[in-house]
Design a binder for this molecule. Structure first.
Ligand SMILES: *[C@@H]1O[C@H](CO)[C@@H](O)[C@H](O)[C@H]1NC(C)=O
Ligand SMILES: *[C@@H]1O[C@H](CO)[C@@H](O)[C@H](O)[C@H]1NC(C)=O
Ligand SMILES: *[C@@H]1O[C@H](CO)[C@@H](O)[C@H](O)[C@H]1NC(C)=O
Ligand SMILES: *[C@@H]1O[C@H](CO)[C@@H](O)[C@H](O)[C@H]1NC(C)=O
Length: 137
C-alpha cells in the first residue's frame, strides 16, 4: 500500500553523533563491539498538522523504547514516545507520541541507536514522512 499523505512534520535540523568501533589495524580489538556503531541523532521538526505519529527511514538499526526522547521546544516539556512499529523490509520506524504533537509547534526528537559498520551511503536514520492523526489503522 503506497499512499501519498500531506506533509505534517517538517525537519529543520539533524545532528548526528557516531562512535565507530572499527578494528582498523591488527592488534586493535573492540571485542563484541567490533564493527559496530553507536550513535545518536537529534532531529528538530515543525509540526504542520496535529499528529501522534513520527515515521523515520532507517536501515538496520537497533533501537529501544528507552533510547527515545521527544520534547516540545516551546514549553520545554517532554512527551512520551515509544516504538509503534519497526518494518525492517520497508526500512521504516514508526513512533507514537503521547499526547499528540500540535500544529504550529516545534519538537526535538533524540534517538540513541546502535548499528553495524557499513558503506557510508547505505544506512542512517532520516525523517521520512508524516501521517495524520486518526488517518492510519
Ligand atoms: C575484533 O577484530 C579484531 C581485528 O580484526 C580481531 O583480532 C578480534 O578477534 C575481533 N574480536 C572479536 C571479539 O570478534
Ligand atoms: C526553554 O528552555 C530554553 C533553554 O533552556 C529557555 O531559553 C526558554 O526560556 C525555556 N522556555 C520555557 C517556556 O520554559
Ligand atoms: C515499546 O513500548 C510499547 C508500549 O509499551 C510496546 O508495545 C513495544 O513492544 C515496545 N517496543 C520495543 C521495541 O521495546
Ligand atoms: C519552528 O521552527 C521553524 C524553523 O526553524 C521556525 O521558522 C519557526 O518560527 C518555529 N516556530 C515556533 C513556534 O517556534
Amino acid at each position: 500500500m503506497i499512499q501519498r499523505l500531506p506533509m505534517t512534520l517538517i525537519p529543520s535540523l539533524y545532528i548526528l553523533t557516531l562512535q565507530v568501533f572499527l578494528p582498523y589495524k591488527p592488534g586493535v580489538d573492540f571485542g563484541p563491539l567490533n564493527q559496530t556503531v553507536v550513535g545518536s541523532v537529534i532531529i528538530n521538526f515543525e509540526c504542520r498538522q496535529d499528529t501522534d505519529i513520527i515515521i523515520l527511514n532507517m536501515n538496520d538499526i537497533l533501537i529501544k523504547n528507552d533510547s527515545l526522547k521527544l520534547g516540545d521546544q516551546d514549553s520545554n516539556k517532554s512527551l512520551d514516545v515509544e516504538i509503534e512499529e519497526i518494518d525492517d523490509l520497508k526500512h521504516i520506524l514508526k513512533l507514537r507520541s503521547y499526547p499528540s504533537m500540535l500544529k504550529g509547534r516545534n519538537y526535538t526528537l533524540l534517538i540513541h541507536y546502535g548499528t553495524r559498520v557499513r558503506a557510508p551511503n547505505d544506512g542512517g536514520l532520516f525523517l521520512a514522512s508524516y501521517e495524520h492523526n486518526g488517518e492510519k489503522r
